[in-house]
Design a protein around this ligand. Sequence first.
Ligand code: NDP
Length: 231
Amino acid sequence: MSQTWMITGANRGIGLALTMELLRRGDHVIAAARDPWGGALAELAGVHVGELTPLELDVTSDESVAAAKRALAGRPLDVLVNNAGLYGPRDRQSAFEMDFDAWREVFEVNVYAPLRVAQAFLPNIEAGSGRKIATISSRMGSLGGNPSGAIAYRSSKTAVNMVMVAFGNAVRASEIAVLLFHPGWVQTDMGGGGADIPATESAAGLIETIDASGMAETNSFRTWKGETIPW
Ligand code: NDP
């Protein structure tokens, strides 16, 4: 049966690939982006009339989220995907040199925003039958594996794991599954051209794994293929 998904950062990268794959299989997508009227989303909206709802959303802005919430008031959502993300400067987030303003910005997008968006659209998820909130984290947030470098980005993903696990425990009684994912090393602006997999492969795997997830998987941290990752 067709479902309604909301994807943040839907205009490029993994978010766009998720949007395209969901439309391909006949789901409805609320494609949230800072500029949902331009680029690839505008083209898709022209082809998938009535199946794609462009939604203007800057996930770091209380005002923008409030406006998006008003736009979707009363509309059931089956799955919310917190996908929008920011890596921060490649060169100034090491143990020896840190751009602290950039670090704060990375936390705005990667840590505070997923909770802000989950809180705002919780009534829509409660009104739907899918009852899932997925957040695209990263293996780079795992404390295992001798991490070094990329401290701003890594710490943001470690933090969002904690934030969403706490959120997941809070909504457990409402039977809403809260899921955390590493999407693979993906060929996007963030992942770079030399990454392991195309965004289409990551998106297809994520959707399959989210489809197969329910309350038994709430508060899990897994790859796009469903393999468990150590915290
Ligand atoms: P991209 O850099 O290709 O795309 C980032 C997306 O996030 C864009 O749509 C961008 O929108 C959006 N975004 C950034 N800031 C905001 C904001 N304030 N409000 C709304 N949208 C915003 O990244 P990917 O597609 O590669 O990454 C998607 C997710 O996957 C991220 O959370 C990332 O951390 C995670 N990830 C990616 C990996 C990879 O290898 N690519 C590996 C592990 C995790 P805009 O165009 O307006 O800037």
